[in-house]
Every structure is written in structure tokens, then in C-alpha cells.
Design a protein around this ligand. Structure first.
Ligand code: SIN
Length: 297
């Protein structure tokens, strides 16, 4: 399918494309949605600028074209729509940690982490606050054959480290502009394959991130850390990365099954507010598993 309703411009060799054409404040036809989805699967993340005035309900309608809303633990939704979350940092919060401020794949400690995340800019600092995205297909494909084979058979343990007692987002201490709520499930461990197969592209992607991965299954943290550290560093190599500079009303959509991303905390003294919606994904598919079974979940 070539593009008829949208124009797609690739941004870097790593990932990312800007899309022109659709007005997300209005209902979209099936063909336009199918073209946006194709661009998203091909580029891992896409950006649509100039959607100023988009409401939470517009955002929910648009995200809903891509699947079922995801579960968002630890952050409450807005009154306007339970699946639209405020992501914000106030001007007087200084250098407090910013939500999403290290490399991660959204909620990857859940049994079915989100496939897609939608993030819409509502208020931006005069500079800074960019978001970086790193292509995890490339991260996997550029490892040696030996390491790829080893990782193909491994699973890792994930948990919601940032939301555990005493951690940065345990309560509203470090993020008082957001509706963070503590819940004992932050301590629950989840295991996933460390290499996951994407049900739509069929490609393998590295699925390890410093925010939520703790250790390899069947190994201690101390045993796991040297290799995990290597993978974290490798996964964010500059040639895999696209850095998005927000503009008023911009909408970003990313595929958590083949990307990690990082919100840059360099705008102390200024306010930044965006709205976030996730779409549920499948239980991560291991190498050798039937992708068709999970894609239907
Ligand atoms: C996130 O990780 O969802 C937030 C990203 C951002 O605020 O740029």
C-alpha cells in the first residue's frame, strides 16, 4: 500500500517519520487510519504536528482507532476520559525527575504492555523537553550472532522500580503535578522474553530497559548486571536514535514493541504538559512462538 491520504517523511536512519495531512481533531476514515498505522509500523514512531486545540476526547477517539485502551497502573486518568493521562512538570518543580526520564518501554512490567503510546503536547517550555526514541530492531540486529542466539532463549524479570516504596514516583513527592498513586503491585515481578517478535512486522527486537528490567530469569541481579548494562548502552547507540523536538499541538505515536524512549529533563524553571494514552499490546512473543496466536489477543 502506498500512501494516498498522508505524506510521510523519514527523520533519521534510526527511526521516526513526520506525517502531514490528517486533522486529528476530526473523525478519520479507515484508509487514513490504515496509512498512519503502516507508517508507524515501518518507522517505529511517527509525529503529526499542528494539532492545537485537540481535546482529551479527540485524543481518545483517535487512539481508539488503533485498538483497545491499555491499563495504566500508578497514574490516574483525567476526568474527561480515564485513558487520557496528564504528563506534566510545573515550573517550580525545578530539577525533580521528569516522568519517563530514562530509557524505557512503557509499562513493560505488565503482562500485556502497551503496543502503542499516543502523546499530545499541550504546553511546552521555550526550549528543551525533547523526547528521544531508539530502534530496538536495530539494537538486536547489530549484536553478534553468538549473543543474539544466547539472548533468543533468555527471559528477563521486570518490575515497576520507579513506583516502589521510596522510589522517585512512589507518591507525588517528586511529581506533584501528576496524579501518581501508589499500589502494592509495584513490587510484583513479571517475566518476558528479552528478545520479542513483533506480530505485525515479524522482526525481532531487543526488549531490555534500564527502567524496568531487573535480571535474567534464573540468575541473580549481580550475575545479570554486566550483560544488562552492555545491552542498555548498546540499545541507545546514536545511530538507532531519533530525537523529537516538540512544537505546539504535536502528536507523537510510538510502538513500544520495537522502541525504547527517554524524556529529556532539561527545562527546569518552565512548565511542560502533555496528554498520554496507551493501546494494549499482546503478551510479548518469544523467538519460536507462533506470532499469529498472540497478534489476535
Ligand atoms: C513517556 O515516557 O511517556 C513520557 C515521554 C515524554 O514526556 O516526553
Amino acid at each position: 500500500m502506498s500512501y494516498q491520504r498522508i505524506a510521510v517523511r523519514r527523520m533519521t536512519g534510526g527511526c521516526g517519520a513526520e506525517i502531514d495531512g490528517p486533522d486529528l481533531r476530526k473523525p478519520l476514515d479507515e484508509q487514513t487510519v490504515a496509512e498512519i498505522r503502516k507508517a508507524l509500523i515501518e518507522n517505529c514512531c511517527v509525529f503529526l504536528r499542528g494539532q492545537e486545540g485537540m481535546t482529551d476526547l479527540d485524543q481518545a477517539r483517535f487512539a481508539g482507532y488503533f485498538g483497545t485502551f491499555g491499563r495504566d497502573p500508578f497514574v490516574e486518568g483525567e476526568e474527561t476520559h480515564p485513558s487520557v493521562l496528564k504528563v506534566a512538570k510545573e515550573a517550580d518543580e525545578g530539577r525533580n525527575p521528569t516522568f519517563g526520564g530514562n530509557w524505557h518501554s512503557d509499562w513493560s512490567f505488565l503482562e500485556t504492555p502497551p503496543a502503542f503510546t499516543f502523546l499530545h503536547a499541550r504546553e511546552l517550555p521555550p526550549y528543551g523537553g525533547d523526547t528521544m526514541f531508539a530502534n530496538q530492531y536495530l539494537a538486536y540486529e547489530t549484536l553478534s550472532e553468538g549473543l543474539r542466539k544466547t539472548l533468543d532463549g533468555l527471559r528477563a524479570v521486570y518490575w515497576a522500580k520507579a513506583y516502589a516504596k521510596g522510589a522517585a514516583f512512589y507518591d507525588n513527592r517528586n511529581a506533584r503535578s501528576m496524579k501518581v498513586r501508589h499500589d502494592e503491585s509495584a513490587m510484583a515481578e513479571m517475566t518476558h522474553p528479552i528478545v520479542r517478535v513483533h506480530p505485525e512486522s515479524g522482526r525481532r527486537a531487543l526488549f531490555a530497559n534500564v527502567a524496568y528490567t531487573v535480571r535474567f530469569e534464573g540468575m541473580t541481579e549481580a550475575e545479570s548486571l554486566p550483560l544488562l548494562k552492555y545491552l542498555y548502552e548498546h540499545s541507545a547507540r546514536p545511530e538507532f536514535v531519533c530525537r523529537f523536538t516538540w512544537s505546539p499541538g504535536a502528536m507523537a505515536i510510538w510502538d513500544n514493541r520495537c522502541l525504547v524512549h527517554f524524556a529529556i529533563n532539561d527545562y527546569a524553571g518552565y512548565r511542560r504538559e502533555l496528554r498520554r494514552t496507551t493501546i494494549r499490546g499482546e503478551k510479548p512473543i518469544a523467538v519460536g512462538e507462533d506470532t499469529n496466536l498472540r497478534a489476535a489477543e
